[in-house]
Design a protein around this ligand. Structure first.
Ligand SMILES: NC(=O)c1ccc[n+]([C@@H]2O[C@H](COP(=O)([O-])OP(=O)(O)OC[C@H]3O[C@@H](n4cnc5c(N)ncnc54)[C@H](O)[C@@H]3O)[C@@H](O)[C@H]2O)c1
Length: 342
């Protein structure tokens, strides 16, 4: 049994409490939140769990082996740092920190103290996202041209970080995982209408190696909840719709055929003959499982084995580097910014 403490029991924290509480390999020994009302709600749902208001109680409790952090982004660094320094394994919600310098410090610290540092990039534990990755790895889509990633909803409106940090963190983690690469540059524009200085909607473009473009639309100011991802390759195209629970993936056997080589003469515009091929649409059967459950399971595995997590500190840092570049570009009116390669 791995003894886990959870800090932050707001909207998301209870999902983590439930997963570690119901797990045969972990025990939730304490839940900490500064808000007494949240602790009352925790007590009602998980009667046997001890609650407290000060994270320090967890750090100095030698019986706690792992700390799960589900507090607002701005607090991640300080709490994760304290937990690691106290010798705990850490699962911190996305994004790992609010700047890449802090993310880097956490990676170095985890390495130094020899503890697991994992980030809640929950989409890489999604069975449909993993099936989609296999299509990319097997080159089923051919050469990848671009990804379009739309993540919108009305709320929750954050006051500590912008919509890119809050929402696009998921998409960047997925793009990095699928493409097995990190973006080279970022350009972004956005609008801060609700809370001055904090963008509610961000439209960003990331350039990856091999001329792959990734377009992100992240907004908490939108009438429709969408988690729509399109991958366009030169042989096939793929759509991952995380809102479609039964059929999240679709593979479109569609492509543009280049007939130029077969043209009988090459001295006129008509020799540039392009046609489109509209083939079948395949809906692969995906054995669905709860992504957060898979994530928590993986964390316990890594704590037990010492293996590097699929979404470890390095992956968390890569996401924040891209987010930092998006932030720089937002501040400079959309100028293309190089992503710090470390
Ligand atoms: N993986 C996902 O799909 C997903 C979904 C939602 C949120 N999140 C992440 O989870 C985190 C929390 O999001 P949320 O929506 O639950 O936010 P929230 O504001 O609803 O909850 C945060 C809670 O943390 C508590 N808190 C803040 N600072 C604290 C401290 N120093 N010590 C103890 N408690 C403290 C607050 O009282 C609050 O109850 C964020 O990092 C967010 O990005 C992830």
């Amino acid at each position: 049994m791995i003894r886990v403490a959870i800090i932050g029991a707001g909207h998301w924290g209870p999902n983590l409490i439930a997963n570690f509480h119901n797990h045969r390999r972990s025990e939730v020994v304490k839940v900490v939140d500064r808000d007494a009302a949240r602790l009352t709600a925790v007590k009602q749902r998980f009667q046997d769990v001890e609650v407290g208001s000060d994270a320090e109680e967890v750090f100095c409790d030698d019986s706690v082996e792992a700390v799960v952090i589900a507090t607002p982004t701005k607090t991640h660094f300080e709490l994760a740092q304290a937990a690691l320094e106290a010798g705990k394994h850490v699962l911190v919600e996305k994004p790992i920190a609010d700047t890449s310098e802090k993310a880097e410090q956490l990676c170095e610290l985890a390495e130094r103290v020899g503890r697991t540092l994992m980030v809640g990039h929950v989409f890489v534990y999604n069975a449909a996202a993993q099936a989609a990755k296999q299509y990319l790895v097997d080159k089923e889509l051919g050469r990848i041209y671009y990804l379009s990633m739309v993540r919108t909803n009305l709320g929750p409106i954050r006051v500590d970080v912008n919509a890119a940090f809050d929402l696009a963190a998921h998409d960047i983690s997925l793009a990095n995982y699928w493409l097995e690469a990190e973006p080279l540059t970022a350009s972004a524009v956005g609008g801060a209408w609700i809370n001055g200085g904090i963008e509610d909607a961000v439209f960003a473009t990331l350039r990856y190696p091999d001329e792959v473009l990734v377009n992100l639309h992240a907004s908490w100011l939108h009438p429709r909840k969408a988690r729509d991802i399109t991958v366009v390759g030169d042989r096939r195209m793929l759509i991952f719709d995380d809102m479609n629970m039964s059929e999240p993936l679709r593979i479109y056997d569609k492509q543009v055929m280049d007939d130029r080589a077969r043209a009988s003469f090459a001295d006129s515009f008509t020799s540039f003959r392009m046609s489109v091929r509209e083939g079948d649409v395949l809906v692969p059967r995906v054995q669905m499982s709860e992504p957060l459950r898979n994530e928590c399971e993986h964390f316990l595995d890594c704590v037990g084995s010492g293996e590097k997590p699929l979404s470890g500190g390095a992956e968390g840092l890569a996401v924040v580097r891209a987010l930092d570049a998006i932030g720089c570009s937002l501040a400079q009116g959309g100028r293309e910014i190089e992503v710090d390669a470390g």
